[in-house]
Structures are given as structure tokens and as C-alpha cells.
Design a protein around this ligand. Structure first.
Ligand code: DC
Length: 225
């Protein structure tokens, strides 16, 4: 199989919609590669915080890409993120890093600078890519495009459970407010805003669990591949 035959399954959606877990399940089921693009923005945000740069200044964030040494390793988890050879998976999941990622992700030149890195994840037999602009900007020719959504209360509750299960502290009211703020920023930025691609299948996961969403998405892929 060549790179030309490999195809992309794009899964976009807001924070807490369940797209990350869905992407992992689909990638495992089809034996595809995985791109967690949010993790790339989170890695950049972490490095920016460590270098104490102003996250809202594009000209301060952009130079970090010149020395952006990241990789994902497969182990028990599908993609363990490394920054400068350090496993930063625990730090990366924190809400503060998600918020910081949403801020560095607003800069047009930063997004442009991350395009080829993201596209390099496409290898045979194929790629499951999750994020905010996978189907609209990074892989506009993706063979399958899904947009996963869920009500804000449900998304806040899911994040709460995730954080508690990881042994981290969480407050549901704060989470809801953070998610609302992040939705607002991700949907209203001028470059690559969060929105469904015109040809995306929109799935509301409010009343579905992960197994049901995975089944729905997999059967759509199998019927149309
Ligand atoms: O999916 P996530 O919560 O890990 O993403 C963190 C932030 O990164 C999100 O609030 C916006 C940004 N992001 C983006 O702008 N584009 C992507 N493709 C993925 C994430």
C-alpha cells in the first residue's frame, strides 16, 4: 500500500465531546495511525509556559516552533506525548494546559507552522485525526469527516469524571465555565475556527456512550469505504 492509498478519518468537535476516546477506539479497530492534534497544541503551550513567553503574542510563540522537539510513543496508551524527550502525559491533560493551548492556537502563523507536522502523520494504511480543524483545514480531502458534539453540561460532567479518575481535583462549575470560555475562543477565532466541515456527518453524543458512538461511526465507515 502506498501513501496515496492511505486515507484520513477526521474527527472534529469541541472540548469534552468524546472525540479523543472515539479516535483512539477507531484507530485501534482499524489498525490506523492516530493524530491527536490537540496534544500538539498542548505541547506547544507547555513549552511556551516553561519558557515564560506571553501566550497571546504571536511573535513570542512562533519562534518556539524552530526548536519544537516532540514525539508520540505507542505503549499501553496509543500515543504517549514527549516534549524534549520527557514524558509529559500527566501535565498535558491539565485544564490549565488546555486553556493555554486554546490561546496559542489562535495565532495564524502558528497554525500554518504546524500544518506539515500534522500532515506527516498520514501513513499507510491510514490515519484517524482528531481536533478542531481536521476536516476543514488540515485534511480537507479526508475520506470520512465526523463532527462530534454534546451539550455543555454533559461535556463538563465527562471532563469531571476523567479528571477524578486520573486522581486530579476538579470542580464541575469551574469546568463548565472553562469549557464555555474555550468553546467561545475556538469557535470565534479568525483562523480555522471550530465548525463542522460542510461534508461532515454531525453526531450528537449527548445520549450515547462511547461504545454506541464507536459502533455508529465504524458502521458508517464500513458501509462507505
Ligand atoms: O482537543 P484538546 O482539548 O486537547 O485541544 C486543546 C486546544 O487546542 C483547544 O481548545 C483548541 C486547540 N486546538 C486547535 O485549535 N486545533 C486543533 N486541531 C486541536 C486543538
Amino acid at each position: 500500500m502506498t501513501n496515496k492509498d492511505a486515507y484520513v478519518i477526521a474527527i472534529d468537535g469541541p472540548s469534552g465531546s468524546g472525540k479523543g476516546s472515539l479516535a483512539i477506539h477507531i484507530a485501534r479497530e482499524l489498525n490506523f495511525h492516530l493524530l491527536d492534534s490537540g496534544a500538539i497544541y498542548r505541547l506547544l503551550a507547555l513549552k511556551a509556559i516553561r519558557q515564560e513567553v506571553n501566550l497571546d503574542q504571536e511573535n513570542e510563540v512562533l519562534p518556539i516552533l524552530d526548536d519544537f522537539n516532540i514525539r508520540f510513543e505507542s505503549g499501553a496508551e496509543l500515543a504517549v506525548p514527549f516534549l524534549d524527550d520527557e514524558d509529559v502525559s500527566a501535565e498535558l491533560r491539565q485544564e490549565t494546559i488546555g486553556e493555554a493551548a486554546s490561546r496559542v492556537a489562535r495565532h495564524a502563523a502558528v497554525r500554518e507552522g504546524l500544518l506539515s507536522l500534522q500532515r506527516s502523520f498520514l501513513k499507510p494504511p491510514g490515519l484517524v485525526a482528531d481536533g478542531r480543524d481536521m476536516g476543514t483545514v488540515v485534511f480537507p480531502k479526508a475520506r470520512f469527516k465526523f463532527f462530534l458534539n454534546a451539550g455543555i453540561e454533559i461535556r463538563a460532567h465527562r471532563r469531571y469524571k476523567q479528571l477524578i479518575n486520573m486522581g486530579l481535583s476538579a470542580n464541575i462549575a469551574h469546568l463548565r465555565a472553562d469549557i464555555a470560555e474555550r468553546d467561545e475562543r475556538d469557535q470565534n477565532r479568525s483562523v480555522s475556527p471550530l465548525k463542522p466541515a460542510e461534508d461532515a456527518l454531525v453526531v450528537d453524543s449527548s445520549l450515547l456512550d462511547l461504545t454506541q458512538v464507536t459502533e455508529l461511526v465504524l458502521s458508517h465507515i464500513r458501509e462507505n469505504v
